[in-house]
Write a protein that binds this ligand. Sequence first.
Ligand code: ATP
Length: 471
Amino acid sequence: MTAQQQPREEAGDTGKAVEIELQQIVYILPGAHGGYSVYLVSEGSTSDGERPFSLRVAQGQEHELPDGFQKFILERGNLPPQHLRAPRELNVVVSTHSGLRLAESFYQEVLQPLLGAVGLAPHKDEGRNDGYKVVVTKNQHTLRDFSRALGKDPKVSDKTVVLLSGDGGVVDLLNGLDHSSAPSAPTIALLPLGTGNALFHSLHKPHYSATPSAPSHFVLALRSLFLGTTSPLPVFRASFSQGATLVSAPVEHDAPVDATTAEAPKDHEKETPVTHLLGAIVASYGFHASLVWESDTPAYRVHGAKRFGMAAAELLKVEHAYDAAVEVRRTSDEASFVPVAVRGKKQDEQSGSQSNGFNYVLATLVSNLEKTFTISPASRPLDGQLRLVHFGDVGGARTMEIMTAAYAEGDHVKLEDVGYEAVEEVKVTVNEEDPRWRKVCIDGSIVELEKGGWMSVAKEGRERLRVLIDV
Ligand SMILES: Nc1ncnc2c1ncn2[C@@H]1O[C@H](COP(=O)(O)OP(=O)(O)OP(=O)(O)O)[C@@H](O)[C@H]1O
């Protein structure tokens, strides 16, 4: 038997033989009389007008299943899968504005039929816990409101939330659950419909390098949902000095603004005092935080995904050296912080003096910030180790070279002017006058520190979320 079978295709009942590719299989359902149905998800391309994904079902006889296919079989007598059925409560959250705005069509064309095939249907009634509840975001507050309500629910640990979003959905959930008093954590399943999907790609990274033609990230995500098991999601807590404010993204305007100005956003929606935030991906100060913040203006947004490159080019021209002190605790036994030496400095040609500022300070629990951007190559899925990447005032051109090396499987950490180490806790104290250079980034959220203010980042002891993952 080979991994390429030629059973009949059910859809359209054409009777046409189709190839079943192992990397497209989500799950296999045994039917009556030794038959089986193979559920396959393939990706098309958006440029030629095709749907970027499609669900197909192929029929065949069970005895024909090649060896590699058995692990995808869902037991007939155990449907819906135990981790998705009552008494657990299943919620599906569709974040309509995430990424390329494909979450709704992915739900309708792929997820809903796959849930339906295992006996799970959407319902509208509160209080029912068969089937699943669907939340479709209407605005930027829907996800936060959902997560706050979830946090107040005493039965939160019985819930599984399927998130069709990017990293923003995870952050909203984590922080909405912050004040939950439930003894154990709810479970999430990630369907990567955002732009960067850092957490998803980091959790599934071993699959990308394991085979020459790895399954698509949608197939991996769906396998994690239907066939995965839950593990605690490592989370960090970023604490801030008094006076820190959470700065919301600017309100979207229709009129385009000149995108070439390197000015910081001015029209914040609001600033809210904040003492701490929970995160699962990254806490940063310097170039990364400024880029996340400064690319989030109406002027840049009209340029879609290109906005990061444009904002980066402008920021690098400014060549700002961030005036900060960075300290770490390297082990849990160490009671006090020790200063981190600045790595890589640019010599001022006229005065001969050297700056002591930082260009980049980033603490992370994950390996990747995008599928191919490996910021921390030593990080493994769920290892729960905080790692610090930093470099000094090396100038715009060198910053670009270092960042480019991160796209080569994280080779930047081998460069002499880059510091990279495992740490227990990181503290950044910011001495900048101008609030533009006092922004820190926690998983995409921006916090402004006061002059002389600090951010301290350490792994959170308490379990906050569990994640479904097929390892
Ligand atoms: N209908 C909507 N109107 C306005 N905002 C929305 C709507 N739906 C979702 N949002 C917001 O859009 C943002 C989407 O963030 P998310 O992280 O999911 O996607 P992304 O930024 O494209 O991906 P990533 O963070 O992985 O790069 C969230 O802040 C969410 O609250």
